[in-house]
Design a protein around this ligand. Sequence first.
Ligand SMILES: Cc1cc2nc3c(=O)[nH]c(=O)nc-3n(C[C@H](O)[C@H](O)[C@H](O)COP(=O)(O)OP(=O)(O)OC[C@H]3O[C@@H](n4cnc5c(N)ncnc54)[C@H](O)[C@@H]3O)c2cc1C
Ligand code: SF4
Length: 343
Amino acid sequence: MKNFSYTRAGDVATAVSEIAGDSAAKFIAGGTNLIDLMKENVARPSRLIDITRLPLDKIEETEDGGVRIGALVTNTDVAYDELIEKRYPLLSKSILAGASAQLRNMATTGGNLMQRTRCYYFYDTATPCNKREPGTACSAINGFNRIHAILGASEHCIATHPSDMCVALAALEATVRVTGKDGDRAIPFAEFHRLPGDAPQTDTNLRADEIITAVDLPAKGFADNHTYLKVRDRASYAFALVSVAAALEMDGSAIKEARLALGGVAHKPWRDMEAEAMLNGKEATKENFQKVAEAILSDAKGFGYNDFKIELAKRAVVRALRQASEMGGKYDDKLHRTADQPR
Ligand SMILES: Cc1cc2nc3c(=O)[nH]c(=O)nc-3n(C[C@H](O)[C@H](O)[C@H](O)COP(=O)(O)OP(=O)(O)OC[C@H]3O[C@@H](n4cnc5c(N)ncnc54)[C@H](O)[C@@H]3O)c2cc1C
Ligand code: SF4
């Protein structure tokens, strides 16, 4: 057992100065990921800075017509918030597809963005892992890599980002608001998480002295035509093998704008904007959906056990686009499904 100290921050400025003063300190919010990592000896912070009392627990409308979600709003409170259910049901659905009710009650918005990969070797300190201990090796590349990345991986790491919520936030083009020693900044969601490259130990572009304070959603929520499709080994309480957040703006049977983000396939929620744009102005047909799926997965590479994910992801993209295009305002925000979708 490694000793660590515990402090509770009363305001954001104190939280920032405490994390800036100790490179081995860590914020703790819901604790649903960090405590597990500490028990497995993967995370060994010198100090836990409890941020749960910071005033970052509100969901509010913003002047530009969007919505701001405080970093400490729990996953449950986001998913069942009236405003989110009505205007951003894609986000509600993605959250409710993840973890369990008990975990969602504890897990926070900021913690969900910062959760670490579920790569088995990352958790197993008896095996080499470049993300846990840079320069050791990646045990997954030639190991059991069924849950690993097929897009954007590197020779140093083929891990995936496990979040469901982040896949919807990528499709919705959210912005992450952070505060650090040098003040506030806003990070577009697409730039928040990193690809592994030659520094897989770094998951995000958040600086060491920064705290996430909120996530902003733009006004456009794609409430009428969207879907979050999650393919996993069990019907609940399992991470995605592949997931797709699809958001469409329709003009009759044609697509005006399409957004697609994939989860479970890369080190970050995966978007291919060029491929998405292929749908703009096109009819919502299976053939057009298949062309986009082929384009998104054109550079995909399997590592053996995860080869199946390439075809799975293509099919998931086509199915998600079909579901989103056929929804046509039929979404029941209380059921979190369209009337014709199975429970
Ligand atoms: C059994 C199990 C199943 C799960 N299934 C799913 C699933 O299917 N889908 C899914 O998406 N997730 C799933 N999760 C993950 C869960 O959603 C995350 O553990 C949770 O969102 C993390 O939030 P937290 O508040 O508990 O974070 P914590 O554990 O408190 O913190 C996680 C990390 O975030 C950092 N952090 C927290 N808040 C901030 C902040 N404001 N600013 C900067 N850094 C911060 C902490 O320092 C730490 O490094 C599962 C977890 C478990 C244990
Ligand atoms: S995939 Fe990444 S996290 Fe997993 S063993 Fe390789 S380096 Fe470690």
